[in-house]
Design a protein around this ligand. Structure first.
Ligand code: PLP
Length: 407
């Protein structure tokens, strides 16, 4: 397992971010307070001027939140991080901090639906131009660069097509053109992919997913590579205001303590389920970066240290068969989101990526029949049995001569 600050990520998951506290509690306590008192009027003024270090007001910083922020920065090999109220708050805050009217942004075509809508429908109203491209196609990224390009935003693997972008190559294109590269690392977590090592300038996450891992918090984070970048984001976030509260920060930090362990299980089970799906006769196609059939398997194996738990596939029966599958499984929960301990199944075209619109989905290769699953940490054989039972009902939707089950 890779190391940051001389420690393995498994060890950092458990220990990073313990804020010193007066009773020497081994877990950062919940400082459920909106404000912090000053010793004197002069000390309050010194804190505001930045001449003294300390907490002022919880929108500007809070020890519980900072414990989480320190843990994530350590795991990502970044400088410092900023916990936000959701993954979208992190993405919006990062983009709105780095871009001004007249700037140009390049964004992957296969991203979380609302990220695409934010770029195409909201940032455009603020005078920010965009080009949406398949960022796995380096020639297309180069071609999209303009003199006013300030940011390239990449989600890799992309949601939900699992297209893999070469972070180092795109970072080079960005830097050559004077732009910064932001990587959404939600699908991988720092355990499996370390974008800063490949040249990324900013990393964002939805904490709602693997980092928290227990489907009980909505949160996000921006990780900055150096103090100048951190200060820029901190000042902006203080004005945007979308910070993560202390209790949610405590829960996410607790989730992170088992992150390395959970990711190991997610990867093992993800591979088993992907192989099962690939071999099933009802399945027309499958995408999982760990399978040799994935078009960028070699890049994925180089850039990532595991393949995580997201799998996309299409059935021969198309949309109708996919809908029936989602309605027939019992152990898999039909719900959006991903990365939790429980296995989820959903239909991006009508759920997570509905807001993009049909044209944008087509551009990003998000077909109507695409089913996305997130493999949890339940017993993997029981998960496969449940899928097999549900898939076996679609004899009618399979091509003539194809057996109901391949296994
Ligand atoms: N990035 C990715 C890759 C996601 O899948 C999601 C949500 O599904 C987000 C960002 C947005 O996160 P949140 O729902 O916490 O706002």
């Amino acid at each position: 397992m890779s190391m940051n600050h001389g420690k393995t990520l498994a060890t950092l998951s458990v220990h990073a971010g313990l804020t010193p506290n007066e009773h020497r509690a081994v877990v950062t306590p919940i400082y459920q307070t909106s404000t912090f008192s000053f010793d004197s009027a002069d000390q309050g003024a010194a804190l505001f001027k930045g001449e003294e270090e300390g907490y002022i007001y919880s929108r500007m910083g809070n020890p519980t939140v900072q414990g989480l922020e320190d843990a994530i920065a350590a795991l990502e090999g970044g400088h410092k991080s900023l916990a936000c109220g959701s993954g979208m708050a992190a993405i919006h805050s990062a983009l709105a901090t780095l871009l001004s009217a007249g700037d140009h942004l390049i964004c992957s075509d296969a991203v979380y639906g609302p990220t695409c809508s934010l770029v195409e429908n909201v940032l455009t109203r603020m005078g920010i131009e965009n080009t949406i491209v398949d960022t796995s196609n380096l020639a297309a990224v180069k071609k999209a660069m303009r003199p006013n390009t300030k940011v390239i935003f990449v989600e890799t693997p992309g949601n939900p097509t699992l297209v893999v972008t070469d972070i180092a190559a795109v970072a080079e294109i960005a830097h050559t053109g004077g732009a910064q590269l932001i990587v959404d690392n939600t699908f991988m977590t720092p355990i499996l992919q370390q974008p800063f090592r490949h040249g990324a300038d900013v990393v964002v996450h939805s904490l709602t997913k693997f980092l928290n891992g227990h489907a009980d918090v909505v949160g996000g984070v921006i990780v900055a590579k150096d103090e100048a970048s951190y200060k820029q984001f901190r000042t902006a976030l203080n004005h945007f205001g979308g910070v993560l509260p202390p209790f949610e920060s405590f829960l996410v930090h607790r989730g992170i303590k088992t992150l390395a362990l959970r990711m190991q299980r997610h990867c093992e089970s993800g591979m088993k389920v992907a192989k099962f799906i690939e071999a099933h006769k009802a399945v027309e196609w499958v995408r999982y970066p760990g399978l040799e059939s994935h078009p960028q398997h070699e890049l994925a194996a180089r850039q990532m240290s595991g393949f995580s738990a997201l799998i996309s596939f299409g059935l021969y029966g198309g949309l109708e068969a996919g809908k029936q599958l989602m309605d027939s499984v019992s152990l898999w929960t039909l719900a959006v989101s991903l990365g939790g301990v429980e296995s989820l199944i959903q239909h991006p075209a009508r759920m997570t990526h509905a807001s993009m619109g049909a044209e944008a989905r087509q551009r990003g290769g998000i077909t109507d029949g695409l089913v996305r699953i997130s493999v949890g940490i339940e017993d993997v054989d029981e998960l496969i049995e449940d899928l097999d039972r549900a898939l076996s009902r679609y004899k009618a939707s399979m091509p003539a001569g194809v057996a109901t089950s391949a296994v």
